[in-house]
Design a protein. Sequence first.
Length: 471
Amino acid sequence: MVADVLVVGAGPTGLALAVDLARRGVDAVVVERAEALFPGSRGKGIQPRTMEVFDDLGVLDAIRGAGGPYPVGMIWQDGRRVGEHRMFDPAEEGEESPYGAEPWMVPQWRTQEILSARLTELGGRVEFGREVVGLEQDTEGVTVAFAAGEPVRARYVVAADGGRSTIRRALGIAMTGETVDPNPILVADVRITGLDRDNWHVFPPRADGTGFLAICPLAGTEDFQLVAQFPEGDHPDLSLEGIRKVAAARSHLAPEDLTEVRWASDFRPRAALADSFRSGRVFLAGDAAHVHSPAGGQGLNTSVQDAYNLGWKLGAVLRGGVAESLLATYEEERRPIAGQMLGISTGVHRGEIRRGEATRQLALGYRDSSLAVETRPAPGPVHAGDRAPDGTVDGVRLFDTFRGPHWTLVSVGTATALPVLPVPMVRLLSYEAYGTGVFLVRPDGYVGWAGATAEGLREYAEGIGALGELG
């Protein structure tokens, strides 16, 4: 089998990347070692910036329909409700960031189903039961061998195969990190009677050393996600009876109130960053490149945005005739972001950082990237490398214009002459969120080039391949 891109791993990262590539006409094959999509709720929080990505990928309505907002935390003690706990610092949605208040809850298994359905709609596919056992690469491509079935020859390979990535190990790329918490944590999707679905139920640790228990209703389902911490060295029992004992010992629930375990796992929270995100024609993305504590709700979101960053660049090289050197900017841009988000995840886990502005991922950008060219002596609110805000001005919604695999030219508050480019163009008389200037917005919604006039714009567009996107 021959493909443009082989994506190893059918989690949120691999599926989001495959969707982005498919809409660009890139022949991408997704292979997954398991026989089916991941069955658990693990990464359930979708941050506002990822909602914007899902808007562009064409799955926002399905994601909204499948989930719901996070419930207010309810603290219990001795079988009594003793107070509410706000999980997130308050924020308001605005036209600049329409999904910007709080994360949207969708169990990970459902997010994957939605992305998989979108991939199928675009003509893509996932091959299950395909375990990678080795790979070899040369100047033209990569040959990947499997435990069963024919090998695949691809021009590029993306390892989205998780924290224990077979591809990363085969490449000899190390991960540098730390154990965030040596205490084992049990996570399970369960069915429970006797608890309302209006609250995230929290049972704090007890003086006798009994660890905490948290039970959160999973939006869009009949399930609850149960999380319990254990002393270092313990090995949580993942059976129905074992989890019943935990729930009964740490809450007012009777064992029989927990009626079913649909999925269960245990882990030790850690934070780790791959020493490199690339080796030749092979790229690392998602958990294969960075592993987070789940406390900050950053792992899935950072991973999907890895895919979003890499997707348009692979498409530009494979279908747009852009120089392969563009692919070097993937690691340049994403590795520093991943390192920053790892620090935030760890800080939230340890109670040093609140869930709020830092975890929404709206302020992340690429100002230091070689792709960010700012020519104005006094930039306004939006600088080259920043996320391009949404907004409806003069009847035009910017995200509607950005949506799709193209670049977009935006002029705000200036009558300067603009070159004719084969990309959508929007002229706004004024919009405070941007200030004044000319902005060339990348396919992933970040400003690539910004100027007071259009001087130098065509040269930038030609060099980056923007002129070939719609040509």
